[in-house]
Design a protein around this ligand. Structure first.
Ligand SMILES: NC(=O)c1ccc[n+]([C@@H]2O[C@H](COP(=O)([O-])OP(=O)(O)OC[C@H]3O[C@@H](n4cnc5c(N)ncnc54)[C@H](O)[C@@H]3O)[C@@H](O)[C@H]2O)c1
Ligand SMILES: O=c1ccn([C@@H]2O[C@H](COP(=O)(O)OP(=O)(O)O[C@H]3OC[C@](O)(CO)[C@H]3O)[C@@H](O)[C@H]2O)c(=O)[nH]1
Length: 390
């Protein structure tokens, strides 16, 4: 059955079945929503949790794109579940999103991080290769590590030259710190699984696409400590800063907030993934940076912008001391290190898929912080007003 939709080359797009591993996470939940709302594809959603896709698992309305029979949740841990191979065999395409991917874990739980990002991904690659199934694997921009430019003297004019900092899939080196900086356990595991997938493509004909996300952010990212996640948990920066703003606490700037990041709105990024899904001839064998080079800020600037935007969407004035500096050792513990700057080169994704990001940092923060405020402000107020047990 054709869906009436056409790919970038004008060919009809046939509905397919996708085995999505890690479908219950931040990116997975947005991808499931997009696939259910805008395409006729079926999803076998695999995860240990489903809270973020609950709305899709309820019976849906009628109509052409009704998702009632098109999404099926399979609660399983891919570490140790023999059902995985069967699900991959039932699908035309597997998308692997499952991973430990919060920096607070990389230096404190390096073994879990390496197992999750390398060892646990091995059977997925093997089953896809042995059963001639297409694989879209989620890697990370962290595989680039640090820029070449950061090793130049602080006053070197070459630091301004894009050749020293723009990150290119087919040219940039992967530069990690020493082994005792366990921060790099994640990047290194992701790099090795990329190399394995690439080798399966070269030697055994695996049809693969590797995605390197550059700080995708938006609603449903991670958790708010003490509300829908552990009180002592440390999520990624969007949720850390959201939590501080909701609780009217200063935002914590690690090592002065000098690191630079480019942030992309999750909805822009999901458009790119859908193009990969529906244009296999253009996406197979490729490694894609997916980010927004126009949205670069230092973490300090991000904190300032989030503070302003949150004031606007919540109607609350900001606190007297909006941010404080904290050392990385204090915040993350021993073995933390950081990527200095992350600007994605967009040549390959532009050439293959004609994709470009659209949403400015201000606009994406406005919609995301509106969501954070609506979702969490009341719960935080209640939690704060509860008397502490003596
Ligand atoms: N969000 C970003 O900006 C970003 C940036 C770089 C890379 N990535 C990569 O994209 C992928 C998805 O990231 P995310 O932000 O959605 O993270 P997430 O933590 O929200 O989602 C990961 C999901 O995988 C599930 N999972 C983990 N281990 C599992 C297992 N053994 N069995 C079954 N399910 C398991 C988790 O329960 C979770 O729902 C990850 O591979 C991550 O490394 C994301
Ligand atoms: O309260 C905080 C929390 C963090 N920081 C600093 O912000 C920078 C970004 O941190 P974060 O978003 O948590 O993570 P990274 O960008 O370093 O790494 C992610 O990038 C992609 C991915 O692979 C998956 O999402 C992941 O590894 C950083 O400099 C922190 O130190 C802060 O100042 N205050």
């Amino acid at each position: 059955m054709a869906s009436g939709r056409v790919d970038l080359d004008g060919n009809p797009i046939k509905p397919i079945t996708i085995c999505m591993i890690g479908a219950g996470g931040f990116i997975g939940s947005h991808l499931c929503e997009k696939l259910m709302n805008e395409t006729p594809h079926r999803v076998l959603a695999v995860d240990v949790y489903n809270d973020k896709i609950k709305q899709l698992l309820e019976p849906s309305g009628s109509g052409e794109l009704s998702w009632a029979d098109r999404i099926q949740f399979h609660r399983l841990n891919i570490k140790n579940d023999s059902r995985l191979e069967g699900l991959i065999k039932m699908a035309d395409l597997t998308i692997n999103l499952a991973a430990i991917c919060t920096p607070a874990d990389y230096n404190t739980r390096p073994l879990d991080t390496i197992y999750s990002n390398f060892i646990d991904a091995l059977p997925v690659v093997k089953y896809c290769s042995e059963n001639s199934k297409r694989l879209i694997h989620f890697s990370t921009c962290e595989v680039y590590g640090k820029t070449i430019g950061c090793f130049l003297p602080k006053d070197s004019p070459l630091r301004q030259d894009p050749a020293y900092y723009v990150l290119k899939e087919d040219a940039s080196p992967c530069i990690f710190g020493p082994i005792e900086k366990q921060r790099w356990s994640y990047a290194c595991a992701k790099q090795l699984i990329e190399r394995l997938i690439y080798a399966e493509g070269a030697e055994n004909g695996l049809e693969f696409t590797i995605v390197r996300p550059f700080n995708w952010i938006g609603p449903r990212m991670d958790f708010i400590p003490g509300i829908d996640g552990p009180s002592e948990g440390v999520p990624r920066v969007l949720a850390c800063f959201s939590n501080n703003l909701l609780r009217r606490e200063p935002l914590k700037l690690v090592d002065g907030g000098q690191s630079q990041r480019t942030f992309i709105y999750i909805k822009d990024a999901i458009e790119a993934v859908l193009l990969m899904i529906e244009n296999p001839a253009r996406a197979n064998g490729q490694i894609f940076n997916v980010g927004n080079p126009n949205n670069e800020v230092t973490v300090r600037q991000l904190a300032e912008m989030m503070t302003q935007v949150y004031s606007k969407v919540s109607g609350e004035s900001s606190i007297e001391t909006p941010s404080v500096d904290v050392s990385s050792k204090e915040f993350y513990g021993e073995g933390y290190d950081d990527s200095d700057k992350r600007i994605p080169d967009m040549t390959i994704i532009n050439r293959q898929l004609g994709w470009n990001p659209k949403t400015s940092l201000w606009d994406l923060l406005e919609s995301t912080l509106t969501y954070q405020h609506r979702t969490y402000a009341e719960a935080i107020k209640k939690a704060i007003s509860k008397p502490v047990a003596s």
